[in-house]
Design a protein around this ligand. Sequence first.
Ligand SMILES: NC(=O)c1ccc[n+]([C@@H]2O[C@H](COP(=O)([O-])OP(=O)(O)OC[C@H]3O[C@@H](n4cnc5c(N)ncnc54)[C@H](OP(=O)(O)O)[C@@H]3O)[C@@H](O)[C@H]2O)c1
Length: 286
Amino acid sequence: MNVKGTFATRELGLAQRVRLNNGVGMPWLGLGVFRMENDAETERVALEAIASGYRSIDTAALYENERGVGAAVRNSGVAREDLFVTSKVWNPDIRADRVEAAFEESMERLGLDYVDLYLLHWPIEGKIVQSWKALEKFYQDGRIRAIGVSNHLERHIEEILTACEIPPAVNQIEYHPYLQSPVLKAFCEAKGIRLEAWSPFMHGGAILTDPILTEIGAMYGKTAAQVIVRWILQTGVATIPKSVRSERIVENSDVFDFELSDQDMSKIALLERKERWGADPDNFDF
Ligand SMILES: NC(=O)c1ccc[n+]([C@@H]2O[C@H](COP(=O)([O-])OP(=O)(O)OC[C@H]3O[C@@H](n4cnc5c(N)ncnc54)[C@H](OP(=O)(O)O)[C@@H]3O)[C@@H](O)[C@H]2O)c1
């Protein structure tokens, strides 16, 4: 199931989809829009990304830019079915049993008939099963093409698998060479749940100048950022790097004309240091 081999063009790679456990195809690589300035900037950047070949955009109610994403999707000139839009329900709405209302509000802001993937943003203890059942209803009504979770650990997913009808299609987690979570990864793979990597660059951190990643990149004429994206894909994980800059939007997706060797993959495996940029799903306070 890994992205292996090469594609003739960036565009072909960006359109390449991984089949989720319900048969829906999700692009391996998309654009994240966390911490973009506002809806106007988000629309501008998303339109630019789509024009350059991106087909997947990852937003959330938290990011306060669903309107910008929806406008870009509607104004892109690309058929709706060729685009893939993800959004997420934010924690206070999960705590307040407002998942249904929050979904309707997201859909109103997006201005779309359906969303491709909708996620429980964080695992709120005691609320997981009832929240999931709300997502199942919208899924069965056809307003969400695939339902999933984010930042959920094995025990949170087990709750869903035990008490609910539809298994999560995706678990979106922080994942990069410094945080490889092999146990959670193996668990999700065994359950048919596709991992998707958030903050692949640790939000623009020092990983982008890691000497091993830089050295590997130099062998292929690629940057450390491109090595990270390629490594994530070759481990069978989808990803959604964020940039507002034209040259980086292209750079981050120019990863389909080379393949990391087994030796490169082994070197990168050794970079694991359980280092997070974001919060720990076992211990967060928001
Ligand atoms: N589910 C969750 O809980 C969760 C949490 C966090 C993020 N996410 C999702 O994951 C997406 C990606 O994560 P992220 O936005 O936190 O961070 P990221 O993608 O790891 O890194 C983005 C940062 O790196 C910079 N950057 C991008 N490409 C670069 C390159 N080629 N070279 C050097 N710097 C580069 C960007 O700056 P410029 O924009 O100035 O280029 C930005 O500051 C988010 O946008 C969001 O959609 C989900």
